[in-house]
Each structure stands twice: as C-alpha cells, then as structure tokens.
Ligand binder design. Structure first.
Ligand SMILES: NC(=[NH2+])NCCC[C@H](N)C(=O)O
Ligand SMILES: [Mn+2]
Ligand SMILES: [Mn+2]
Length: 334
C-alpha cells in the first residue's frame, strides 16, 4: 500500500514528465482561395474542423496540448492603384499573408507548433514568413510536398495565380527575378533553396524546370519514388536538408501531392501521385525525425468533386496531419 505522500509524489513526477513531453500545437485556419483560379479552398478550414479535427488530434496522445487560434482575418491595404503584371488578386494575397505571418509569430511566441490549415497554397508565403521571423533562416529547412513546384514568378507563371508562386517569394536566389512589389514589402526573401527539398513532383512549368537546373534544386519526383520507394526518398530528403538534425523543419503539404484517388477535392489535381499510405508513411518519418517545428496543410477544396471525393479528401488530409503529430497505425498508448 502506498502512503498518501508517496502517491502524491508519484503523481507529481508523472505530471512533470508529461509536461516535459507535451507537444504544444496551435491550429490556425486561413479561409482564403484568391491565389487559385477555382473558388472553394477557403472552405477548407471549416470542413476540416467540422469533421472533428481538433478532438481527434487530442485523441492521438494525452501529451498533446492543442489550441485552436481560429481563422485569419485581414483588411486590404490601401493600394497605390498600380497594377503589377500577372499577379492575380495581389492585394488580397498580400494582405492575407501579412496577417497570417503575424498570427504565426503569436503562436510561436506561445511556444506552440503552428499548423496552418489552408486555403490555397499562396498562404505558405505568410506561414513561412512568420516562422522565419522567429528562426535564423540558416537554422531552418523546408520540405515541400506537392505535385507542383510553386516556384513561378509573375514573369514565368502561365496563369498569374499566386498559389503557383509562394516558394519563389521566400527564397533569396529568386529575389532579383521579382520586380519591386510594394504590397509584399513585408515579405523578406531570406531562405536559401539549399535548405529546401520537394517530394511528389509531376507537373512542372517550363521556366520552373529551368530554375530547377539553374539552382540545382533538390527534389524527388514521382519517378524517384517509383524507383527508390517512399522510405528511402523520405529519409534522403530529410538528411539532405538537415544533415545534422539540428535545423527546424517546416513541412508545406499540398494535398494534391496525393493521387486524385485519395484527394480529388482540390483545385489542380494531377494523376499518378502519392498513395495515401505513402503520404502517411512520409509524415510518420517526419514525426520520427523529431525536427518538425511548423506545418501547412493546403488546397483542400470541399466545393470540388462529389460528396465522396470531399469525404475522401478530408479524411486523407486528417490522416496526413495525424501521422505528422505522432499517430501510430498500430495503436496509441498514452
Ligand atoms: N499550389 C498549387 N496547387 N499550385 C498549382 C500551380 C499550377 C501552375 N504551375 C501555376 O503556376 O499556375
Ligand atoms: Mn500542388
Ligand atoms: Mn502547391
């Protein structure tokens, strides 16, 4: 029989251990679709929350402490009326991302891991900018999981849609390819392409291809995954951008990285993508690396496809997120 004191001691020790291991997470929604040509990605955060996201995260482990920061709201900046070539909805994209960067900073100040629910992929401009404000750029690395490279500028983009451009706005190598855009002055191109790796590529525009060669961009496309398998690819990618495991990892996960069989409710689906199991495995390895610091999950569009597509896409997105947070396919113990 334990004395009351011994019991109190034990439970306070247990509490201390729990606190040490607590995974503190902050969820922020970005109901924004103006970087894409199809409407509806702005309904992504609501659809994910309504399908039970927050409660299900809590069920992964009692060590997870999750806070929902709600959605980003923004007001348009007063524009000088000058139009910049081939940047659709620039005012909205700039204002929304500026507001998002501030919310990400707030979440990091609360010592939580920010998880940004898109929204179209243009929101990575703000989410990554927010993280960079709290981390030396050389001290962080980015895994970009996507069918697309999203490295266009306004002069190379075939569409003018800014969800195809976020990566080029945050890296220094492409800074000189951009004109001065006053609306985006707050967004500093500080990261280096050396700290980036792409996984899942299978739809690259002509000028993006040229950049891949010019800058020696590190990537594993779907062919590499076919050849090497997802285990080798994932670990080679993590090792490449973080050889000593001392950098903080940001994962920008575009749901269209998955094959349309598993995620058809998205604006720019491309066949021949990752299976859901490959996506889950990838994120399990990311979790195991112990380096994940922040993450985006973007391009879930509940207005596209039929009801089954929407359910599949939401379930796939949640499974990807849960794997990143340590969900164990053979059951959770704590
Ligand atoms: N985040 C995305 N789904 N991006 C799709 C980009 C498609 C094409 N490369 C473009 O620039 O318009
Ligand atoms: Mn994509
Ligand atoms: Mn993308």
């Amino acid at each position: 029989m334990w004395s009351l004191n011994a019991f109190k001691n034990f439970s306070s020790k247990l509490h201390q251990i729990r606190c040490l291991n607590t995974q503190k997470i902050g969820i922020i929604g970005v109901p924004f679709d103006k970087g894409a040509s199809k409407r509806g990605a702005d309904k992504g955060p609501k659809a994910l929350r309504e399908s039970g996201l927050i409660d299900e995260i809590k069920q992964i482990s009692s060590n997870i402490d999750v806070k929902d920061y709600g959605d980003v709201h923004y007001e348009l900046m007063s524009s000088n009326g000058r139009k910049i070539h081939n940047l659709n909805e620039l005012n909205h994209v700039a204002a929304c991302n500026r507001a998002l960067a501030e919310r990400i900073e707030e979440i990091l100040n609360d010592e939580r891991m920010p998880i940004t629910l898109g929204g179209c992929h243009s929101i990575a401009i703000g989410s990554i900018s927010g993280v960079v404000r709290k981390t030396a750029p050389d001290n962080m690395c980015v895994l970009w999981i996507d069918a697309h490279l999203d490295l266009n500028t306004n002069t190379t983009s075939p569409t003018g849609n800014m969800h195809g451009m976020p990566a080029s706005l945050i890296v220094k190598e492409l800074r000189s390819n951009w004109p001065f855009v006053p609306e985006l002055e707050w967004c500093k191109a500080e990261l280096s392409l050396k700290n980036f790796c792409w996984i899942g590529l299978r739809s690259i525009d002509y000028y993006e291809r040229l950049s891949m060669e010019k800058y020696g961009i590190k990537y594993f496309d779907m062919r590499d995954i076919d050849k090497m398998g997802i285990d080798k690819v994932t670990n080679a990618a993590i090792k490449h951008i973080n050889p000593n495991g001392d950098k903080k990892l940001h994962v920008s996960f575009d749901i269209d990285a998955l094959d349309p069989l598993f995620a058809n409710a998205t604006g720019t689906p491309v066949g021949g993508g990752l299976t859901l199991r490959e996506g889950i495995f990838l994120m399990e390895e990311v979790y195991k690396s112990g380096t994940l610091r922040s993450m985006d999950l973007v391009e879930v569009n509940p207005q596209l496809g039929d009801a089954r597509d929407v359910t599949n896409t939401i379930n796939s997105a949640k499974a990807i997120l849960y794997a990143a947070l340590g969900n164990n396919r053979s059951g959770n113990t704590s």
